[in-house]
Ligand binder design. Structure first.
Ligand code: TYD
Length: 234
């Protein structure tokens, strides 16, 4: 790759999401990846869903704490996503940044679709409304992450990790059967879009999970091997 090509590549926005059931241990690895990309000279936007903007964070607090019916829950999550895309994600990608997003729409299909059993066709309609973007030629494209790191973990292991950790929210307080359905929801999304998903076995020790993640990034040409091998959670 010559100098000008590598500069073009460096400026291209990169949208990466992180998914998995509660207790899968995403957070430290997301921070590690932010450091690794910064070490490579990339600007990084670290964000999360539901949330990421002042409005979306207010909606997050409601979704996580207030009782509501499943359609209200889905609408609030997609309303938060719309604001987040408009205010944070799309502008950061336009600036050529790396956007690391703790959960995105796959979580809605897994939690609301799988866990709650909400109508997947309604979710697909909302996804199309909220994530439509102009390709610059008047054609509508669906915004999806370029890569989704999927922390796959047996629900029983996740439940052991979460037990007594903190006051549970409306999702964390669900029984293990709920998380079994969430996990099936993630597996279905991954099967439908295998190129986008990078599965990691999240039951392994933390440094082994980091190795799995970085080898996905190195293989896809997103991280240099030296940066990947130095970084990572302690
Ligand atoms: P999470 O991302 O795990 O944050 P924290 O580590 O602070 O608990 O919590 C967000 C919760 O919201 C999680 O239980 C999954 C749920 N959720 C949905 O149900 N649907 C969605 O679309 C998203 C993005 C999250």
């Amino acid at each position: 790759m010559n100098e000008s090509n590598s500069q073009t590549e460096a400026r291209r926005g990169l949208f990466i999401s992180f998914e998995g059931i509660d207790g899968a241990g995403k957070s430290t690895h997301i921070d590690g990846l932010a450091s690794a990309f910064r070490e490579q000279g990339r600007a990084v936007t670290l964000t999360r869903e539901p949330g990421g903007t002042p409005l979306a964070e207010k909606l997050r607090a409601m979704v996580l704490n207030d009782p509501m019916d499943p359609l209200t829950e889905a609408l609030l999550i997609f309303a938060a996503r719309r604001d987040h895309l408009k205010q944070v994600i799309e502008p950061a990608l336009l600036r050529g940044e790396v956007v690391l997003c703790d959960r995105f729409t796959d979580a809605t299909f897994a939690y609301q679709g799988g866990g709650r059993g909400f109508d997947l066709d309604v979710l697909r309609t909302l996804e199309a409304w909220v994530q439509i973007r102009d390709d610059g030629h008047g054609e509508g494209l669906l915004r999806q992450p370029d890569l989704t790191v999927w922390f796959d973990l047996p629900p029983e292991t996740a439940a052991e990790r979460l037990a007594g950790a903190r006051v549970p929210d409306r999702f964390e307080s669900q029984p293990v059967e709920f998380f079994r359905k969430v996990a099936e929801g993630y597996a279905a999304r991954a099967a439908a879009d295998p190129d986008r998903f990078a599965r990691v076995d999240a039951a392994q020790e933390r440094h082994k999970v980091w190795q799995q993640i970085t080898s996905h990034f190195v293989r896809r040409g997103l991280l240099a091997i030296m940066v990947a091998s130095r970084g990572g959670p302690a």
